[in-house]
Design a protein around this ligand. Structure first.
Ligand code: AHR
Length: 320
């Protein structure tokens, strides 16, 4: 895949040598160009992810062409096509939804531009369309949320409302599945309502208001697929005159600073970690791919769980 770039480098190197320039000077001049299509800025997590990628590109001396898709798949496809037209060295992107990527990925492959998936997976059978996929195990995150619930909320019926992430996105699909896997066969745990809040605070609040209107007394637990929706829902719960974290236990995912603040205030019970700090790992993979090295097909981020009791101690160490 890297033949085109290597050939270009070799001929440029020959020219540079003929002109009496040392190769070290040449190496400094020829920057790797990375086209990155980001989903948007829907959450605190996403903002931290964007910062991590921009900073890591700077640190690695990689030229970053960054495009914000504003949560629209069509914009991501446009951005990828534009990266292909610009003949970037590597394309990376975080796919907003799982399906519908085959055509554009085949176009990148035909142009011999390697593609790296970050954060979210695609639902395509042909895995030769990308070099590696780096990011969290969303299924396991859902399981961790479920395990915390069954270990900590016991006795009687437990009615759960669920705020799902963006419809069709890998984290929404897998976090739901992982959570349901754990509560399956335990009839006291019931998901009584489940709706998308699109990973945003505003939508999380709006949907929680609707849940509360429908069943104010019936909700024991909120399971939110991310912290932003949980934080939005906390406002709705307080406005309804209830105590988040007590009257309604709250389980969410990401472990962003906002969630730690809510945990320290006793309003959120647990946050399952999902790290957005993928920048350094991504730049390393980009450099390896350009250098023709083999990179693992799947790079999984190591993560843990933060219950509210650990929040005050952990908060000063948090980087996002
Ligand atoms: O894909 C990761 C998810 O996307 C994060 O959990 C969420 O906050 C974000 O918007």
């Amino acid at each position: 895949m890297m033949n085109r770039r290597r050939a270009a480098l070799t001929s440029t190197a020959a020219l540079a040598l003929a002109a009496g320039l040392p190769l070290s000077v040449l190496a400094q001049q020829k920057k790797i160009v990375l086209g990155f299509s980001q989903i948007g800025a829907e959450s605190e997590w996403r903002t931290a992810n964007t910062e991590s990628i921009k900073q890591a590109a700077k640190d690695a001396g990689i030229e970053l062409k960054f495009s914000d898709a504003q949560q629209k798949q069509e914009n991501q496809i446009k951005a990828i096509r534009s990266f292909i037209a610009q003949k970037v060295d590597v394309i990376a992107f975080s796919p907003v939804v799982e399906s519908g990527w085959g055509t554009v990925l085949r176009e990148a492959k035909a142009a011999k531009i390697p593609v790296i998936l970050t954060d979210r997976a695609v639902n395509e059978k042909d895995d030769s369309l990308w070099v590696t996929f780096m990011g969290s195990d969303f299924l396991e995150e859902g399981r961790k949320a479920g395990r915390w619930l069954v270990d900590n909320v016991k006795g009687g019926e437990v009615n759960i409302v669920e705020l799902q992430g963006t419809v069709g996105s890998a984290p929404a699909i897998d976090r739901k599945k992982g959570f349901e896997e754990v509560i399956k066969g335990k009839p006291q745990y019931k998901i009584v309502r489940s709706q998308t809040g699109d990973f945003t605070r505003a939508k999380g609040k709006e949907v929680m208001q609707a849940f509360l209107k429908a069943d104010p007394k019936k909700i024991n637990v909120l399971y939110a697929h991310n912290d932003d929706m949980a934080i939005g829902a906390i406002q709705a719960i307080e406005e309804a005159g209830l105590k988040p974290g007590q009257d309604i236990k709250i389980v969410s995912i990401d472990a962003v600073k906002g969630a730690f603040e809510a945990m320290m205030a006793g309003k959120l019970n647990v946050s399952v970690e999902c790290s957005p700090l993928l920048g350094p790992q991504l730049m390393k993979a980009v450099q390896d791919v350009v250098a023709g090295k083999t990179v693992p097909k799947r790079i999984v981020t190591e993560e843990t769980v933060f219950p509210m009791e650990s929040a005050a101690k952990e908060f000063p160490k948090r980087k996002y």
